[in-house]
Write a protein that binds this ligand. Structure first.
Ligand code: F6R
Length: 262
């Protein structure tokens, strides 16, 4: 789905997330969401907070699993993904914090922590909707280029490109951690449905390689071509490198009956 603006991407994503949550409100089992951090989902989280404050959605029956966490960063540090989630979503909605799972990397055996995280996902009945951003090198979670397409939660070394991209969140570039604990590609593929969001021209090459190139470990997100239920939602700038962009726009018009001026 190619939308005109990042605001439209945000609203589309918020509608999808709320639908998953609202169909489970009366259920005895929670809606299980997979969450991403980074710049891309910030608008989505703001919108979810807005809708929760308005009473349109409640997180009381929601369980969450985050894709990844840095190694070597304390959970209380503003650079940790646990902190990011508290700041940008969890502290502002009616979620039970005990049901929010971010990989634990501080003062633990990382291998055991990875196994424990996978077990928690299994105990929750699997992830119903996984939200993904995408790295400029097409990583998903922190599954960097060369990641095994059958991988499960484990420690990965970040590429220099990813460290450079994420340096904006740290005081100095050399403070960006070198490793992270991340859900594996196979873990992600086991989600019932996946919502991949991308905005901005900086993502357009990664998006092209993801959907128009071959499935290869050199483009980790390309494995999503194998998943039966992926929704890709991008804005115009993120679509500029797509070779078949006009065709996608036309098929969207035919499917939705929606006529777009651009
Ligand atoms: C974050 C994550 C990463 C980001 C990706 C894009 O939890 O798993 O894969 O989604 O690095 O980051 P932004 O959105 O900052 O461009």
């Amino acid at each position: 789905m190619i939308l005109d603006s990042s605001d439209q991407v945000t609203n589309f994503a918020a509608d999808m997330v709320c639908e998953v949550i609202n169909t489970r409100t009366q259920s005895s089992t929670p809606a299980v969401l997979g969450l991403a951090t980074g710049g891309t989902p910030l608008g989505l989280y703001r919108e979810l907070i807005r809708r929760c404050t308005r009473g349109d959605v409640s997180f009381q029956n929601v369980e969450t699993f985050n894709l990844d966490e840095y190694v070597g960063v304390e959970p209380s540090s503003p650079q940790s993904y646990r902190y990011y989630m508290l700041e940008n979503l969890f502290s502002h909605v009616d979620i039970d914090l005990a049901r929010t799972h971010v990989p634990v990397t501080w003062n633990v055996d990382l291998e055991q922590s990875a196994v424990h995280f996978e077990r928690k996902i299994e105990q929750a009945g699997g992830i119903e909707l996984q939200i993904l951003g995408i790295g400029s090198d097409a990583h998903i979670g922190f599954n960097e280029i060369g990641s095994s397409l059958g991988s499960r939660t484990r420690v990965k070394t970040l590429t220099q490109r990813t460290r450079d991209d994420n340096a904006r969140y740290f005081d100095r570039a050399d403070q960006v951690p070198r490793t992270a604990l991340t859900m594996g590609i196979q873990t992600i593929l086991e989600s019932q449905s996946i919502l991949l969001l991308a905005t901005g021209e900086g993502k357009s090459r990664a998006i092209r390689n993801t959907i128009e190139g071959p499935i290869t470990a050199s483009v980790p997100a390309s494995v999503l071509q194998l998943h039966p239920n992926v929704t890709l939602v991008i804005d115009q700038p993120a679509s500029v490198e797509l070779a078949n962009r006009d065709y996608y726009l036309e098929s969207e018009r035919n499917r939705t009956g929606f006529s777009r001026s651009s």
